[in-house]
Design a binder for this molecule. Structure first.
Ligand code: KG4
Ligand code: ZN
Length: 348
């Protein structure tokens, strides 16, 4: 039941391949439910936008019903709707805009658009006090579609200072997994295989890595991962004699380990380097690939060496798409900005 003095917030996050809906009472999460599409996208080894949109259409009503039932609330009790609008897969976004805008219009509930990238960055505020995150900071955002470095002078100032020139690191993890006939998403599987590699981490001094470190210009904040993907492909072709025989488990472990090291060395170095160049003492990590333990370990090592403070999401749950990150962003928006009680026009 709704308490009179509390604001009830319905948060939607359906921008890519997860249908996540949460209900909050002011700043308290009452219930969150997420329908994942991973099993379906496994078949194609990646997200097909049309398929993702159809799955959202199938899931959105039962997920919504679940969160309302679990919280013992009705749509009439909702004070605000928060939803992701940009950027991401248009067909997926269309699903929720139709549902959320209809609820908003019929019941006259204000609807506030949320930027998906900013929400992933704000996942770092979940289960933390505001003062735990110090500005200015440099933030690395790494996912299946994005690989960027942002400078944040304060909580609302997000300026892109570097990006990938081709693939993102997450996409490279997914494609390399596909080359070895592993499941989607490849990141968690590759990192698990790499963990069982016998060689101590970090690499032995003087040992030659199997794959190149692609720096572009080492001191600049841009990335490239497509050449590394090609190098892995050549290695897989060589070891399988162009698929005349299968890769052994040892091959998969070694390739996973060597590939992961090649990605992580560049990501960690560039994040820390950009912070040092800008005289910034704080670095942050966000989005899907930040679930990678080895990446966090390497950034922690470099940050410590250079006297930087390193922040990353407190739970791997907050690295993936989740409605909690949409809520935390809007919680801070409410705190900093006074929103008029009005229906927003949602533009995609
Ligand atoms: O789907 P995605 O781009 O982002 C959103 O949820 O919005 O993030 C998932 C990406 C995939 O590319 C996946 O392979 C990667 O993050 N990922 C990882 C790990 N867990 C997920 N990459 C490396 N190591 C992991 N442990
Ligand atoms: Zn996301």
């Amino acid at each position: 039941m709704k308490k009179e003095d509390k604001k009830i917030i319905l948060a939607f996050e359906t921008s890519c391949d997860d249908t996540s809906i949460a209900i909050f009472e002011d700043d308290k999460l009452l219930f969150m439910d997420t329908a994942s599409q991973i099993k379906i996208h496994n078949i194609t080894g990646g997200v097909v936008p049309e398929v993702a949109a159809r799955e959202h259409a199938n899931a959105i009503f039962w997920v919504l019903e679940n969160v309302l039932t679990e919280t013992n609330l009705k749509l009439e009790n909702i004070d605000y709707i928060w939803v992701t609008t940009s950027p991401w897969l248009l067909p997926s976004l269309l699903t929720w805009t139709t549902v959320a805008s209809t609820i908003s219009t019929v019941l006259q509930i204000p609807i506030i658009p949320i930027n998906h990238i900013q929400a992933h960055v704000f996942s770092n505020f979940l289960e933390r006090k505001e003062e735990d995150i110090k500005f200015p900071l440099i933030c690395l955002t790494v996912s299946g579609g994005h690989n960027d470095i942002y400078s944040m002078k304060d909580i609302w100032d997000l300026e892109k200072v570097g990006s990938t020139t081709d693939d993102s690191s997450g996409e490279a993890f997914d494609k390399v997994a596909k080359m070895m006939w592993l499941e989607y998403p490849g990141g968690p599987i590759i990192s698990k295989l790499a963990e069982s590699h016998p060689q101590p981490i970090p690499c032995k001094e003087g040992s030659k890595p199997l794959f190149p470190r692609v720096w572009l210009v080492k001191k600049e904040a841009d990335f490239s991962f497509s050449g590394l993907k090609s190098a892995v492909k050549r290695e897989v072709d060589k070891r399988t004699n162009r698929w005349e025989k299968e890769l052994t488990l040892e091959d998969k472990i070694e390739i996973s380990y060597e590939f992961q090291e090649a990605v992580i060395e560049v990501l960690a170095y560039k994040l820390v380097q950009v912070a040092l160049q800008n005289w910034v003492k704080n670095v942050m990590l966000a989005w899907g690939v930040s679930a990678n333990n080895r990446l966090k370990e390497e950034i922690t090592r470099l940050a410590k060496k250079n006297n930087l403070e390193f922040i990353f999401p407190v739970s791997n749950l907050y690295c993936m798409d989740n409605a909690a990150m949409v809520w935390i962003l809007t919680y801070y928006k409410i705190k900093y900005w006074e929103f008029e009680k009005k229906i927003w026009v949602v533009k995609l």
